[in-house]
Write a protein that binds this ligand. Structure first.
Ligand SMILES: [Zn+2]
Length: 285
């Protein structure tokens, strides 16, 4: 009869230790191999992607952004407890250490937050945004945690509110710099916050002198002036302010030209269709 040797088997243990002495302590705590009790789900409402690099727990950990057209996206799920491989400097071996999954997740999203409340320290938030640790609060960016694989409406809404609060604070700061400290504004635009500031302006549909929506232009095939793509007609400086028509049908529909203005060869309507004559039905015989 075959015998299954467990890791704590008196015969197996010395052999395993001998073979793995430098790399791994084979006397494995079975808690390390236990399935997690639950998962902490991380979601985002921000299109921005983040990389958290804070070893040993988070090594170049990529947190994806919310795809266009979606309200929120699942970023990752953190097991609870979260096991960490810890180097024992006395023995040179590794051992496992169990951490509270929720605490680790909160720390991942905001290392300044020592609590389990994502909204902790709400009152001095302005100081937190603009202090030396600025930029490390991903809750403010729209990331959020839930104990459920599908977040509740309330959880999504609060994440959206946190993001909006951060964006408003950024815009207020940029407006103040624009009025009082132009080099300061330039520095802000070049940095990480510049990315967020532009996202904030787009989010609220706001424009500033330094941030205007960019529209690709083409050269008009008629007059050669730069125009927006897919324009049916435009006022042309090259033609002395005259309307330059690219699509006569649309120009007539928009009421800027009459049907009689349309060049013969471009008339899309044919001769009036002849009135249909009633066809005599064959009489039943
Ligand atoms: Zn033109």
């Amino acid at each position: 009869m075959a015998t299954l040797h467990g890791l704590d088997d008196p015969e197996v243990q010395p052999l395993m230790q001998k073979m793995n002495a430098d790399t791994w302590d084979p006397r494995i705590d079975r808690n390390m191999l236990r399935p997690p009790e639950r998962y902490i789900y991380v979601f985002t409402v921000s299109p921005r992607e983040f990389v958290v690099d804070r070893p040993p727990l988070w090594i170049k950990f990529r947190l994806r952004g919310c795809p266009k057209g979606e309200r929120y996206a699942l970023v990752t799920r953190i097991p609870d407890p979260l096991m960490q491989k810890v180097h024992n400097t006395d023995t040179g071996k590794f051992r496992g250490e169990a951490h509270d999954g929720l605490r680790c997740t909160i720390d991942l999203l905001n290392p300044n937050n020592p609590t389990n409340d994502p909204d902790w320290n709400a009152a001095p938030e302005m100081a937190a945004y603009f202090s030396t640790s600025r930029g490390s609060d991903l809750f403010a960016q729209g990331l959020f945690v839930s104990l459920n694989p599908t977040p509740s409406e309330e959880e999504i809404r609060r994440a959206e509110q946190r993001r909006e609060r951060y964006y408003r604070a950024l815009m207020a700061q940029a407006d103040e710099l624009e009025a009082t400290d132009r080099p300061g504004l330039q520095a802000m635009l070049k940095g990480e916050e510049g990315t967020d500031l532009r996202m904030a302006l787009d989010y609220f549909g706001e424009q500033r002198e330094y941030h205007k929506p960019m529209v690709p232009t083409i050269d008009c095939p008629n007059c050669g002036e730069p125009i927006k793509k897919n324009m049916a007609f435009h006022k042309s400086t090259a033609l002395g302010g005259m309307l330059c028509i690219l699509d006569w049908q649309k120009a007539v529909m928009a009421g800027v030209k009459n049907k009689s203005d349309v060049p013969e060869e471009l008339r899309w309507w044919g001769e009036e269709a002849p009135v249909k004559r009633a066809v005599a039905r064959p009489r039943p015989s």
